[in-house]
Design a binder for this molecule. Structure first.
Ligand code: FEO
Ligand code: CA
Ligand code: CA
Length: 774
């Protein structure tokens, strides 16, 4: 790959960066919490303790180490016991570094939809050598497949929840591996801040391969799945697609751009990571690392650059509030992929709109794109059943690095809830609760129903207390320190709060988490699971019970990294319904190497189920109680490629309390700290089992199922991403999905276009036609 500009984010995991400068709890608070918990353990959780737990509504945490606490009266009805347990029926897959997808014996994985595959009859097959014209990509599969959802498609072309052989598959295309999209990678001139893209055709191609696919998929008479290339439902939504801004922040002063002087519209969506859906059968796509795409040279000076940059930096002409907002979200770079550098710009600023600097002279920003970054960072609603519908960015759900938005229990007469993670180091877990209560008659109203449920509601951020309780802090102007006088950011109104939701959650005092990724709601009991993938910035003196680990992660080659390098999964049980502000929580699972020290391998993982960096997390609906976990890892990749696990979880509190001992061996003598937490039951081969290992240098992300549970769809993202390609020898870090095709891989000539790796969706079925996993 070409050398990238110094401020570019391509060379690091864009999630694995911290933008949260606010201070956590004081050291005294942490020590106090630890001491109180330790004394609890020392007491053996006896009678005196149970009374204490009872007042904290902790009775469900009473299993195992909870002792007699289980007898304490709960303040809310107990969580329903899980239905009859299910059995994982497959033999676990071994860890692997092979360049292939491995699934258990008795299962078949087939490739369904690859980068560049055409989604209209008029579009040619993908050349896969960088030669395809940019314009054709408007009707090709995008890159970096991520979150996705299957919507059953009935014979009447309407949603049918039972349509298990025909559906609309909606999926995100999060980002790109640019090297493989062009003949020999991106064409870039200049150095430093003068680096510029010189081939507009390449950039236009990149505009199209981000975003969302909607494709019709069918199961044939032979049981094999395929996508329908000429379906009228097929659609691409990408960075050029015009969208409405909806909800309280629409038309706010901060949304004004040259494209939309009223602040009511924007163009495109980008870095669509995970997703969600609505009970009216629309798709939610979530904008995660959007900030890096915008160019804003905040303080650097480079007067000789071409194109010229503001010599002293954009910060000189921005307000303190604007700068505080840019800093909190990370809009301070040269622009990932350098899209803003193409010259000449088009009349409608297709390239220049990626520059968030103040270039115009207007007072309100209606003559430039100084506010454009405020039109990204949202949950975007798309109606897959109406290919001409205009996507809507739902601002009531807040602006952040949205991983996804996962729907909670849907009950007539009750509000709707979506749980959301903001994936960056030390960011927060959120929930959105609709003001309107669910009326099943709205299920056929498409985005009009979205106007009702997604534009008016309450946004909350989670605070995890050391005693196993938690609080949802409402992010509303005027309360919880979210006022004009908050020191970190002087809020003006609720639109300002939503555009700057990270600042609002800071003000309210939410708990800084180890990078919240996917969430999932257990259909068996409504409990909410969130993956906390890892956090290299977690330090021994700022662990807390919900993010309790700081430890050494030592690879087999001896490299040592510190922090929470293998991640964990936290879960919550609402104590007062989905609209309530209290909950209980525990840690369901800790990632670790099987052979690591017991202090790190808290969940007692073994060869059949050890993993690192959980990211994708998804509950089956067809098989209630079956949970899938997917990894996006860089800490265990000396031993194995990324993977997918099947799990049968219990419920909050089923493992009792454990004490985590952290050791910092970087100092001498090693510093130790003891951290209390609640942990789920230790994993066993019956409750957690490895189901799939992916090809080289990929991430496993995105999973959905046919309604009968007999097919699951899984995405293989960016195989071969980490190794710099050699286009002279046609040598790449992965050759998947061709890697197991001897004919394709035998020809090493540069003319062989069946060597470049491609992100793709695969379908996994059980050879006996049964449900997957059980
Ligand atoms: Fe796009 Fe946080 O993963
Ligand atoms: Ca992810
Ligand atoms: Ca990730």
């Amino acid at each position: 790959m070409n050398a990238m500009p110094p401020l570019n984010l391509n060379d690091v995991d864009p999630d694995d960066i911290g933008r949260n400068p606010t201070s956590g709890p004081s050291f005294e608070e942490i020590v106090e919490a630890r001491l109180s918990r330790r004394s609890l353990f020392k007491a053996g959780v006896g009678t005196a303790t149970s009374a204490m737990l009872g007042t904290m509504a902790l009775s469900a945490c009473g299993g195992g180490g909870g002792g007699t606490a289980a007898a304490a009266a709960p303040s809310t009805p107990p969580t329903p016991i899980q239905p009859a347990s299910i059995n994982l029926s497959f033999n676990p897959v071994a860890k692997s570094l092979a360049d292939m997808v491995t699934v258990p014996a008795g299962y078949t994985a087939s490739v369904l939809y690859r980068l560049g595959d055409p989604i209209a009859a008029s579009v040619a097959a993908y050349a896969n050598d960088g030669s395809d014209a940019a314009a054709t990509y408007a009707l090709r599969a995008g890159d970096h497949h991520d979150g996705m959802e299957y919507f059953g498609l009935g014979a009447n072309n309407q949603y049918d929840k039972n349509a298990a052989s025909r559906g609309l598959l909606c999926m995100n295309h999060e980002a790109i591996t640019p090297a493989f999209l062009h003949p020999t990678g991106q064409t870039i001139s200049g150095t430093g801040l003068a680096m510029a893209r010189t081939v507009a055709e390449e950039v236009m191609k990149e505009f199209f391969v981000h975003g969302v696919s909607v494709i019709e998929v069918n199961r044939g008479a032979n049981g094999a799945w395929s996508y329908k290339q000429d379906s009228a439902f097929n659609r691409r939504v990408h960075t050029l697609t015009e969208m409405d801004l909806a909800g309280p922040a629409a038309r706010a002063p901060g949304m004004v751009t040259k494209f939309s002087p009223t602040g009511s519209r924007t163009r495109g969506t980008v870095n669509n990571c995970a997703h969600g859906y609505t009970p009216w059968y629309t798709y939610l796509t979530c904008e995660e690392n959007w900030a890096g795409y915008f160019r804003r040279v905040s303080v650097a000076a480079n007067p000789t650059a071409t194109p010229p940059v503001i010599a002293s930096g954009d910060n000189l002409v921005r307000t303190a509030k604007e700068i505080a907002s840019f800093n909190r979200y990370g809009v301070n770079g040269s622009g990932r992929e350098l899209w803003a550098t193409v010259t000449p710009d088009t009349a409608d600023n297709l390239y220049g709109r990626w520059n968030a600097e103040k270039r115009g002279t207007s007072a309100d920003g209606s003559d430039d794109y100084r506010n454009v970054a405020n039109t990204y960072g949202w949950v975007v609603e798309i109606d897959p059943f109406n290919p001409s519908s205009v996507p809507k960015k739902r601002t009531a759900l807040g602006r952040m690095g949205h991983e996804g938005a996962w729907l909670g229990p849907v009950v007539a007469g009750q509000p709707l809830v979506w749980y959301m993670g903001d994936d960056s180091q030390n960011e927060y877990i959120y929930k959105y609760v609709s003001d309107a209560v669910w009326d099943p008659a709205d299920a056929t109203r498409g985005t009009a129903a979205g106007d009702k449920y997604l534009d008016n509601g309450k946004l909350y951020a989670a605070k995890f207390n050391a005693d196993g309780t938690g609080t949802w802090l409402e992010l509303r102007f005027g309360i919880n320190n979210i006022t004009t006088s908050y020191a970190g950011y002087a809020f003006a109104d609720q639109a300002d709060v939503l555009i700057n939701a990270r600042h609002a959650a800071d003000a309210a005092g939410a708990t800084k988490m180890d990078r919240p990724e996917w969430a999932g709601v257990n259909p068996a009991n409504g409990e909410v699971y969130v993956t906390l993938t890892n956090n290299s910035s977690r330090r021994i003196d700022n662990t807390d019970p919900a993010n309790p680990r700081f430890y050494d992660n030592t690879t087999t080659s001896g490299q040592v990294t510190r922090g929470n390098r293998n991640g964990h999964v936290i879960r919550m049980a609402e104590s007062a319904g989905v609209a309530g502000t209290s909950m209980r929580w525990d840690v369901y699972l800790f990632g670790a190497r099987e052979n690591t020290a017991a202090a790190a391998n808290i969940s007692k993982l073994t060869a059949s189920n050890d993993f690192s960096s959980p990211d994708g997390l998804w509950f089956s609906n067809a098989t209630p109680g079956l949970l899938w976990l997917q990894t996006d890892d860089g800490a265990y990749t000396d031993v194995t490629n990324c993977m997918m696990m099947a799990a049968v979880p219990g419920r909050v509190g089923d493992g009792g309390a454990v004490t985590v001992t952290n050791t910092n061996t970087a100092v001498s003598p090693p510093a130790t700290a003891t951290q209390a937490t609640f942990a789920g039951a230790a994993a066993t081969n019956n409750t957690l089992r490895r189901f799939l290992v992916g090809p080289k240098e990929c991430e496993i992300t995105g999973i959905t199922e046919s309604p009968d549970g007999k097919a699951i769809f899984v995405n293989i993202q960016h195989p071969g991403e980490s190794t710099a390609p050699n286009f002279s020898t046609n040598t790449f870090g992965s050759y998947w999905p061709y890697s197991t095709d001897a004919t394709a891989t035998a020809d090493v000539s540069v003319a062989n276009n069946r060597r470049r790796p491609r992100s793709a969706t695969i379908v996994i079925t059980k050879n006996d036609g049964g449900k997957v996993g059980v």
